[in-house]
Design a protein around this ligand. Structure first.
Ligand SMILES: Cc1ncc(COP(=O)(O)O)c(C=O)c1O
Length: 387
């Protein structure tokens, strides 16, 4: 029989490989207590945000009908961009229809040939893809390693500008970038700092604008990307920075120019989200209290959970099948926890990515911590754990 070289058989072989490596993904609707979403402040269901979205829909229709540079423009986009820039303390901001596109836009528009982009090894896929598509030289540096980055900056030939690209709070590890050290290094070396605040905007800093604010490095960051589908509860993303850079993105960023603008109702809802974040700072404190409680319960039980303030708490398992089985056990107990496997995280580092939010209280946190520890002991995953 002749060998089957069809595309279908090749794709079926790839799918079979994913299945045998326990890497096949399934789409599963939320059920049970949310311990896996990015809706940290529960703004996706906040009455003021939902009402603003509904009013925006009723007043402006479901879709924008075109690119912002054609018939897709609405005054509410400009209003929310002005409001976000004020919130973030920058000259201007620009709204994109997703964080993924915003990162592609920044990285494919600003760097030119001759420039060098230095990118953290654990950066999000949208930053990795942006760097891959960029016309500059790419250098990946070890996660959060400022000394290694300094050496690479010194050793890598560059005839143009140097860009350093990091997340402020890493999405799968929940650890912070050393922003103060990066700011100093960038000042000394003349490199330009680009920061993705996906999991920090809305949560950190006195005004809730993110870790750039919390660490006092606003003046050292050229541009920040601020996805608005996480703590802000809606979707889309703001790139914030100086007017000249934002104007250049409007003119040249392909994900902005050649894509239908987001539904205008999203901008209405985001105006409400920003009001809620400003008016309800206690919500951020409740989030941090939940995060502290879960971390301290898991640490007390002997789990290797880092002692940080972040709302993202990875529980490292290692093997894909063990991480999946543990997630299923917890789901059956009513807690919606998801396993994260390669390629989202490096091979051999499958984990549960537990993320807390303000929709749960401390006694639910305690109940979950006890269940998780018991399930890990049962599965032989934490011999050190005591109940
Ligand atoms: C660090 C980081 N940047 C960017 C994105 C992309 O944002 P969006 O989901 O709005 O496309 C994500 C989302 O998962 C993220 O975690």
């Amino acid at each position: 029989m002749p060998a089957d070289h069809s595309l279908e058989s090749r794709v079926r072989a790839h799918l079979a490989g994913l299945r045998s490596d326990d890497l096949l993904r399934t789409m599963r609707s939320p059920i049970g207590v949310d311990l896996s979403s990015n809706d940290y402040l529960k703004l996706a269901v906040h009455p003021k945000v939902v009402a603003a979205f509904a009013a925006g829909l009723a007043g402006g229709g479901a879709g924008s009908t075109g690119s912002r540079l054609l018939r897709g423009e609405r005054s509410v986009f400009t209003a929310v961009e002005r409001r976000f820039a004020e919130f973030k303390g920058t000259e201007r901001s620009l709204f994109f229809s997703s964080g993924y596109l915003a990162n592609l836009a920044v990285l494919t528009t600003l760097p030119d040939p001759g420039d060098v982009i230095f990118s953290d090894s654990l950066n999000h896929a949208s930053l990795i893809d942006g760097v891959r598509l960029a016309r500059a030289t790419r250098v990946v540096f070890p996660h959060n390693d400022v000394a290694a980055l300094a050496r690479l900056i010194a050793d890598t030939p560059c005839t143009g500008h140097r860009f350093v690209v990091v997340e402020s709070l890493f999405s799968m590890d929940g650890d912070e970038a050393p922003l103060v050290e990066y700011a100093r290094l960038c000042r000394e070396s003349g490199a330009l700092l680009l920061v993705d605040e996906a999991h920090a905007v809305g949560i950190y800093g006195a005004n809730g604008t993110g870790l750039i604010e919390a660490h006092g490095v606003s003046a050292d960051v050229l541009l920040s990307t601020n996805p608005a589908g996480k703590a802000l509860g809606v979707g889309g993303a703001f790139v914030a920075g100086p007017a000249w850079a934002i104007e250049y993105l409007v003119q040249r960023a392909r994900p902005f120019v050649f894509s239908t603008a987001a539904p205008p109702a999203m901008a209405h809802a985001l105006l409400a989200s920003l009001d809620v974040i400003t008016d309800e700072p206690a919500s951020r404190q409740r989030l941090q209290a939940n995060a502290r409680r879960l971390r301290s319960r898991l640490r007390a039980a002997g789990l290797g959970v880092a002692d940080s303030a972040s709302q993202i708490i990875p529980v490292h398992i290692g093997a894909n099948d063990a991480a999946m089985a543990l997630a299923s056990t917890l789901q059956l107990e009513g807690f919606d926890v998801r396993a994260i496997r390669p390629p989202t995280v490096p091979v051999g580092t499958a984990r549960l990515r537990v993320s807390v939010n303000v929709g749960i209280n401390l006694s639910m946190v305690d109940e979950f911590a006890a269940l998780l520890v018991a399930a890990m002991k049962e599965a032989g995953l934490c011999s050190a754990a005591s109940s």
